[in-house]
Design a protein around this ligand. Structure first.
Ligand code: SF4
Length: 375
């Protein structure tokens, strides 16, 4: 592993609108690059401009904590922070990869999150997160912490091949069990499932079954993207070595486009399997509203629930105007409370959507949403 120490100019990334997958307005990357070296990692794709040998080198933003302290301090910000979970993880480097043992940037970031009174959502593949059990428990007690782990399956053997640098799925599940036992809400990001290796209904069901056994609060599911260039070349090289007979199959479902999307037929088929199984196990497939109702302000609560409703309705094979409605609302300058009674004047909001919005404003949820989420 080669470590390069770099100076960052800023750490906190603000999203244009709240992210309904992570329930977050803000994210941060403390490291750049990732020595976990998952063979499918899209951090290798040219668009992310991670320099150096991805998987072998990592850049450490050594001044990250000093900058983050400045960025999070409410006294230095003219605009108040939008209420949501501060996202730690995701992006192009795991916050708990091995260098974190030495630099402890993630731990210090969590200490700042606690000091300034924010909720946090941590996403990782590494059991090193257990080192920070104490501070995560404190954040959870005063605001809230969500701990999510990503998995491509719960099969230890396949994981050794596709994710050579991370603890096995069994170990990740044990860590989740410990966080759950401490009363912390936890979830599984079953993403990406790897075509032809971890996307069978049997393996998907094993993952959902394990999530249920551990008592996880949600599973978020997604298929793999494979962007032409370094990401695809690296992945195919490994497949050629281990499963040469599969190479042609990958070429057939990844025809090559700038987003690295597989064919619609392929995504439809794995989504259908996942949703059938999740429904059977009554497992929420988005972070459910009871975990963010008291964290978000009224407007964001409506946006997130509409966005999630869009996903849930489409997965159930129903028509959905809700995603567009959420987008339209996010463009409004005035708060929703002031628009109440006139919502149908906004593009994309009809009578039914308006009544759902009113219900969310009055009760914090909607019966239709609950029905689709919990079955
Ligand atoms: S842990 Fe995440 S960021 Fe790191 S190599 Fe694996 S997929 Fe990429």
């Amino acid at each position: 592993m080669k470590v390069q120490e770099i100076q960052a100019k800023s750490i906190l990334r603000k999203h244009k609108k709240i992210d309904s997958w992570f329930i977050s307005h803000y994210g941060m990357n403390l490291y750049r690059g990732c020595i976990h070296n998952c063979i499918y990692c899209d951090g290798r794709a040219e668009k992310y401009q991670v320099t150096g040998d991805f998987g072998e080198e990592v850049a450490v933003k050594v001044n990250a904590i000093e900058i983050l302290n400045r960025e999070l301090d409410p006294k230095r910000n003219r605009k108040p922070f939008k209420r949501s979970f501060m996202m730690v993880g995701g992006g192009v480097g795991d916050s708990y990869q091995a260098v974190e043992r030495r630099y402890a940037l993630t731990r210090q970031a969590l200490e700042l999150i606690h000091k300034y009174g924010f909720a946090t959502h941590i996403l990782t593949k590494s059991t090193l997160v257990e080192r920070d059990f104490d501070i995560i428990k404190q954040i959870n007690a005063s605001n809230r912490a969500l701990v999510s782990f990503s998995f491509s399956s719960v099969d230890d053997e396949i994981s050794r091949f596709v994710e050579p640098g991370v603890p096995s799925p069994s170990e990740r599940l044990k860590t989740l069990e410990r966080f759950k036992a401490a009363g912390i809400a936890c979830g599984m990001f079953l993403m990406p499932v790897i075509p032809f290796l971890t996307d069978s209904p049997q393996l998907i069901e094993m993952a959902v079954e394990e999530a249920k056994r551990v008592g996880l609060d949600y599973i978020i599911f997604s298929g793999m993207t494979l962007k032409s260039g370094q990401q695809k070349d690296h992945f195919i090289q490994h497949i050629r070595r281990q499963y040469p007979e599969l190479e042609a199959a990958y070429e057939s479902i990844y025809p090559g486009n700038q987003w690295g999307m597989a064919t619609k037929e392929y995504y439809d088929s794995i989504n259908q399997s996942f949703h059938r199984i999740a429904k059977q196990y009554r497992m929420p497939t988005r972070i459910p509203s009871h975990l963010f109702n008291d964290i978000l302000d009224e407007d964001d609560k409506v946006l997130v629930i509409l966005d999630q409703l869009d996903y849930l309705a489409k997965q159930a094979g129903r028509r959905s105007p809700y995603g567009y409605a959420a987008y339209s609302l996010s463009q409004q300058k005035r708060p929703l409370g002031e628009l109440r009674g006139h919502l149908q004047r906004i593009k994309g909001i009809g009578r039914v959507t308006e009544s759902i919005i009113h219900e969310i404003l009055d009760t914090g949820t909607s019966r239709y949403y609950d029905k689709l989420m919990y079955g």
